[in-house]
Design a protein around this ligand. Structure first.
Ligand SMILES: [Zn+2]
Ligand SMILES: [Zn+2]
Length: 337
């Protein structure tokens, strides 16, 4: 599959990703040890694109990559001489996974989310730091979620300044693994594992198997896809934010083997950025019947007549109770995730 953003090879098959993930970021036998930098103190060393590169595997420690970026930011005069690694931004590895060690990075394996950067400097970072695959400028505060709070809100997005922002998070649950791809300038950045634990609870109580589930604010599709893995009979994905739905459809395709499904319809026309009346965007068949709607959850009762569970995964700043009433019209039960 080609990446929709850069037409490159950002989308690897989840089977390949899962097979290789344990060795992907681990030091090889010849990798130099941790440089031992103080992440919050000034970094006086000047680092270039080869500083600290392993002679055997060609990768290098995350801190050396960030140090390379920091050196550029100081040379360009937008960061003071006493700036630290921590000031550079939020590094997101291309295949996100909870690592018990600092990652050793290969080429094009890091998306950087930065507060202080211009387009020219972003391009310079991309050109000079081989491990960086994309530079995204954060707008607003770190706690402000990316996307829309509801269909009447103004979308909040970050800006992709250089390269590609497509990356994935590896989701690991007791009933299976998935790779969830995200255009990180348009999709909420998530570090929250408690949601998977809640899904496992539902699974072990037998509430997902053979059920009809609505993933009402589906984002890139994580929870709904977990329901397919868990043996749901039918899963209905919905989101009002088009970039989220585009990522959901991409993820259904990319993970189709793991999910045991096959896409059988995709609506490529008439795409509005924010939906109102639900529009059917895609369907898939196989281990579960899958429907993907682009719509306002408060109008979903017009197309969904019954479900066993409606999952609500709202942004931290939104009271999920406001969506609960909408689910009552068609779902026996609503679960706030
Ligand atoms: Zn890409
Ligand atoms: Zn090495």
């Amino acid at each position: 599959m080609k990446c929709l953003t850069c037409k490159g090879d950002c989308i690897l098959s989840p089977e390949k990703v899962l097979d290789e993930i344990f060795g992907k970021y681990m030091a090889c036998s010849a990798c130099p040890p941790d440089p031992g930098y103080n992440k919050s103190g000034p970094l006086t060393e000047k680092l270039n694109s080869t500083s600290g590169k392993c002679k055997k595997c060609g990768r290098r420690h995350l801190d050396l990559v960030i140090g390379n970026v920091l050196t550029i930011l100081k040379e360009e005069g937008i960061f003071p001489e006493d700036a630290s690694l921590k000031d550079v931004g939020t590094p997101l590895i291309a295949f996100g996974f909870t690592l018990p060690y600092p990652p050793r990075l290969d080429t094009k394996s890091l998306v950087l989310i930065m507060d202080s950067v211009t387009r020219d400097i972003a391009r310079e970072i991309l050109g000079q730091v081989p491990e960086v695959k994309g530079v995204v400028k954060r707008t607003g505060s770190q706690s402000q979620s990316i996307g829309i709070l509801d269909t009447t809100s103004i979308p909040h997005t970050y800006e992709l300044l250089a390269g590609c922002d497509m990356r994935c998070d590896i989701i690991s649950s007791s009933f299976g693994e998935l790779c969830v791809y995200k255009n990180q300038s348009k999709i909420h950045i998530e570090f929250n594992n408690t949601k998977i634990a809640k899904m496992e609870e539902l699974f072990f109580r037998g509430e997902l198997e053979n059920s009809i589930i609505v993933d009402g604010l589906c984002g890139p599709g994580t929870l709904g896809m977990l329901c397919i893995l868990a043996g749901a009979q039918k899963v209905i994905f919905n989101d009002a934010w088009l970039p989220a739905l585009e990522n959901t459809i991409l993820n259904l395709k990319a993970n189709s083997n793991l999910l045991g499904i096959e896409m059988d319809f995709e609506n490529k026309e008439n795409r509005k950025l924010i939906a109102d009346e639900p529009v059917l965007m895609a369907t898939a068949k196989g281990s579960a019947h899958v429907m993907v709607f682009h719509g306002d959850i408060r109008k979903l009762d017009r197309v969904v007549k019954k479900s066993d569970i409606c999952l609500i995964d709202a942004f931290p700043a939104v009271d999920p109770q406001r969506f609960k009433a909408a689910c009552k019209d068609f779902s026996k039960k609503t679960v706030i995730i």
